[in-house]
Ligand binder design. Structure first.
Ligand code: FAD
Ligand code: NAG
Ligand code: NAG
Length: 659
């Protein structure tokens, strides 16, 4: 709660400050008005050369200061505008002035001031100038308009941010109603949605994703493209093309910044919304990718527009020596490298390298944005990014050190070439913080694999009542990286290995409330059973578990867990592809069946539907966890079984939460 308050405050600050010319329209109008006269600087440009000359000229300083004071009675606005002039003199001319210096020059100038004439534009001036209000009006209007545009852009940016707030709030409300009040949507509507909408898939996105992401795209395009009315003449830029470019540059930058908190918070390991909405982290990572791409496109538009403008209008070199310009380029480049290496094929090819680059570049991006904005304003967004990053790290270490008591001893048993069993003592806070289906990120510490001590890999936790109430277990499929090196570590003669580890968790894990009228079928493929078993444990009576495994050893290492749930009323069927080593004739082993390929899920599910109907059940809930194609196949079969209008429904939920 405290955290979200801080977040709110940080987000608010970000509105208070502003970009160079929009920082103070009065100051900008006065600077632009005064620069048309000849102060002996050899031109009317806005580059370093001219500021170096003008800021050293008391006549110019006095004129600008008295111009500013003549435009308003608001003391705060005047001081802010004077401050703006000193900042520009510091950045562009390296003069260290204070607001009081400005006020002194203003005082002194009143003694010498003269009204401007047409001569002053052509001839060198040696006295301070006043303001011809008739001529000045267009200057004020020009900058007020640009200010108004930026103000509007900020609100559009906030609107897009609040879109995601609304999405999260709606999901959270639906979830909490379901959890605490046990509410379910009306049967017919649910049946219709599950039968006709869940099968809809576009590039792997579900119907709901398409709606949420599609609406966001529409809103972003509208917010970026609409409402660029400009009035000429405009003294800042009197060319419709460049003025519009300029405004697009502001708009896209502000929208891109407003989306940064969304990108950051959805990508965090400790994303608070997974808990509130019951959606898995994988879903938020999907949204994280999507918003990040749109945010980067906005940033690219911003960069492209300003580059085009700078090359054509102001001379690229004059701009490119500014630090904020360079850091802006660094930031945009970082974004596109990060996105480029996040696409699934690249990511899967080198997952660990992807993670390291993603994290380090994420930090570098914050640094780049810091230097990009430190002179321009909008630092609130940068502080927000820092706050979110720090929050995630603090949460991780709190979980590692407090919930899981820091260094933990871990025993690794090699089940076979493809499978490892990890055993560890139960953390103190287990009952309080873990839920069925929780997973933890494990960092393995061993001298022989020291180079991997910065990695952490997620695994599902099984608290196995069958083995011992003091230990937790994880079953690990050997892949190419850290899991492979674990397999290669030297073990003792019993095939066991002891090493230290850090546990960051728990994450995920949900308790599903079931009614007596629900029938539950759990379908697991291989080690996917690790995600399903904890749910079966928590309510074994009447559950049905179907498990397909490759060989007897894999089944054997979990036989006690299987027996445990069988004794408590779960109907278990195990399909083993290579059953050598199991005595299938044994009476106790009747539930184990040899299968040369995957069982026919169509037939199996059909039977369960019939059985559930015969049992007078009203809902059949099918949970599956296995390889992606198996989950998809089961989803298809389950949706085919739904009949809209019947007083009996079939639901499917995949518990494979990998991304
Ligand atoms: C919530 C969750 C629960 C999981 N539970 C289990 C389980 O109980 N048993 C099991 O065997 N596996 C589980 N996994 C998968 C497991 O995390 C990966 O297989 C493991 O990290 C691979 O390590 P590696 O270095 O050998 O992989 P590599 O061969 O380097 O990579 C193989 C693939 O594993 C995934 N992966 C690798 N590192 C990470 C990481 N740090 N974070 C997320 N994904 C990663 C990537 O998709 C990658 O493409 C789970 C994954 C998630 C997300
Ligand atoms: C006061 O103003 C005049 C005219 O601008 C200038 O010549 C003089 O140096 C100023 N004095 C101070 C103390 O700034
Ligand atoms: C202001 O400038 C206009 C021309 O742009 C001129 O007609 C007018 O007389 C000026 N006013 C004063 C007070 O100098």
């Amino acid at each position: 709660m405290l955290f979200s308050r801080y977040l709110g405050i940080l987000l608010l600050i970000s509105q208070a400050q502003s970009l160079v010319i929009v920082d103070s329209s009065i100051a900008s109008a006065c600077i632009y008005y005064m620069k048309q006269f000849d102060w002996g600087c050899g031109g009317t440009g806005q580059g370093h050369k001219y500021y170096l000359c003008r800021c050293g000229n008391v006549d110019w300083l006095g004129s600008v200061a008295s111009c500013i004071s003549g435009q308003t009675n608001n003391k705060g606005k005047i001081d802010h505008a004077l401050k703006h002039v000193t900042t520009r003199c510091l950045q562009k001319g390296h003069f260290h002035y204070t607001v009081d210096d400005m006020k002194q020059w203003r005082e002194n100038a009143t003694k010498y001031i003269e009204q401007p004439t047409a001569h002053d534009i052509k001839e060198r001036l040696y006295h301070p100038l006043g303001v011809n209000q008739t001529d000045f009006a267009v200057y004020m209007r020009s900058f007020d308009e640009i200010n108004h545009h930026v103000f509007k852009s900020q609100w559009l940016g906030w609107g897009l941010l609040y879109y995601w707030v609304a999405v999260v709030v709606i999901f959270a409300m639906l979830h909490l109603l379901q959890i605490y009040l046990g509410l379910r949507p009306p049967r017919r509507i649910a049946q219709f949605c599950e039968k006709y909408l869940t099968p809809v898939r576009l590039w792997g996105y579900s119907f709901l994703d398409i709606v949420v992401m599609g609406l966001f795209l529409v809103f972003t395009v509208l917010a970026t493209a609409l409402s660029y009315t400009v009035q000429l003449p405009n003294v800042y830029m009197n060319d419709v093309y460049f003025l519009t470019l300029d405004l697009i540059g502001y708009r896209s930058a502000i929208i891109s910044f407003s989306l940064l908190p969304v990108v950051f918070i959805f990508g965090l390991r400790n994303n608070p919304f997974t808990f509130l909405t019951g959606l898995p982290r994988a879903t938020f990572i999907k949204y994280h990718n999507y918003v990040a791409i749109i945010m980067s496109i906005e940033a690219l538009i911003h960069s492209a527009v300003w580059t085009d403008y700078a090359i054509n209008e102001a001379g690229y070199l004059a701009w490119s020596i500014d630090d904020y310009w360079r850091w802006g380029i660094v930031g945009t480049v970082l974004l596109f490298i990060m996105i480029g290496q996040s696409f699934q094929p690249v990511r899967n090819f080198m997952y660990e390298a992807f993670l390291v680059i993603h994290i380090v570049f994420g930090w570098l991006f914050i640094v780049a944005m810091w230097y990009h904005c430190v002179t321009l304003g909008w630092m609130g967004w940068v502080y927000t990014m820092i706050a979110l990053t720090v929050y995630d790290r603090v949460m991780r270490w709190a979980k590692i050190l407090v919930l899981n008591r820091g260094l933990t001893e871990l025993y690794v048993t090699v089940v076979d070439e493809r499978t490892l069993e990890l055993t560890l003592p139960k953390p103190l806070a287990y009952d309080m913080s873990y839920r069925p289906g929780s997973s933890v990120y494990v960092t393995f510490l061993h001298s022989k694999i020291w180079s991997q001590c910065l990695q952490s890999h997620p695994f599902s936790i099984i608290s196995s009542p069958a083995t011992s109430s003091n230990v937790l277990k994880m079953y690990v499929r050997v892949k190419r990286g850290a899991t492979r090196s674990l397999l290669r570590l030297p073990a003792d003669e019993k095939g066991r290995l002891r090493l230290w580890c850090l546990l960051d968790g728990p994450y995920g894990g949900f308790t599903y409330k079931h009614r007596d009228s629900d029938d539950r079928v759990y379908i697991a493929g291989g080690l996917g059973v690790c995600s399903l078993l904890p749910h079966v444990y928590s309510n074994p009576a009447g559950a049905k578990l179907i498990w397909t495994v490759a060989n007897a050893r894999e089944f054997w290492c979990m036989r006690r867990d299987i027996n445990y749930v069988r004794e408590r009323g779960t109907e278990v069927t195990v399909y083993v592809r290579d059953p050598s080593g199991i005595e299938l004739d044994d009476e106790k082993m009747l539930f184990v069946q040899p299968a040369d390929r995957r069982p026919d899920f169509d037939e199996l599910i059909g039977e369960h539907v019939k059985a559930a109907k015969a049992d007078k059940k009203r809902d059949l809930c099918i949970y599956s966890c296995g390889p992606g194609n198996m989950d998809r196949q089961i989803k298809q079969i389950a949706t085919r079984q739904i009949e809209v209008g019947l007083d009996f429904s079939v639901h499917h939920k995949s518990m494979n939460y990998q991304w």
